[in-house]
Design a protein around this ligand. Structure first.
Ligand SMILES: [Zn+2]
Length: 210
């Protein structure tokens, strides 16, 4: 498996645009800009296994967080359970269609897409599947990450949880526990992968195939 840079590569610093050559480095090493010290590339210590394990966990937790009830409300003996998708539908029912679209996209669609794309890219590099649209997929991951707002939603849920306890008995659902775990695992997933390194892999493939 190509789990480290085999050839020095010319690259530009994202912070100061200084052009420089990244030397051949091993797993667990990192490269800082010679001009401003900005981190240019960090190779994960355990190669592709770490991001693959983290993003598969993210995908599983996403499925559980969407499949089970998020919260149960007991208002004067009436028990109502709600899932993440139902919370989006409720926004639509209260004529907040645009908000429902934004919440549905940032909370459900974007995290699922990001996890699936990263797993697909990592598996492709691991098994040497040379798909022509890998670079496009990696570009999309960068765009989708901008819209993934799991942590913001968790904060909003915690605030709502405190307020709801004043008017009803609130029972935490399995999905909420999965969602809390998801936010923490997602943060570690981002730390486990270096997208500059993935780009280098794809560039090396291109130059090898020319
Ligand atoms: Zn720099």
């Amino acid at each position: 498996m190509n789990n480290f840079l085999k050839k020095p590569q010319l690259t530009a610093c994202h912070e100061c645009d200084a052009l420089q050559i990244i030397p051949v480095i091993q797993m667990g090493w990192k490269v800082n800009c010679v001009n401003c010290g900005h981190l240019i590339m960090r190779l994960p210590r355990h190669g592709l296994q770490s991001p693959l394990a983290f993003y598969l966990t993210v995908l599983l937790l996403l499925i559980f967080a969407n499949a089970f009830p998020f919260l149960s409300l007991n208002i004067e003996g009436r028990i109502q359970q709600i899932t993440l998708f139902e919370s989006v539908l409720i926004l639509q029912q209260y004529h907040m269609g645009m908000l429902a679209i934004v919440v549905g996209f940032t909370l459900i669609i974007a995290p699922f897409l990001e996890a699936l794309l990263v797993i697909f890219i990592v598996l492709s590099i691991y098994f040497h599947w040379h798909f022509s649209w890998l670079k496009k997929s990696l570009k999309w991951v960068g765009k989708i990450q901008f819209w993934s707002m799991l942590d913001v939603f968790l904060l909003a849920v915690l605030v709502s949880f405190v307020k709801l306890t004043d008017i009803a008995e609130v029972v935490v659902g399995t999905a909420l526990l999965c969602f809390v775990a998801l936010v923490f695992v997602y943060v570690y997933s981002l730390r486990s992968i270096d997208f500059g390194w993935l780009w280098s892999h794809l560039r090396q493939w291109e130059s090898n195939n020319q």
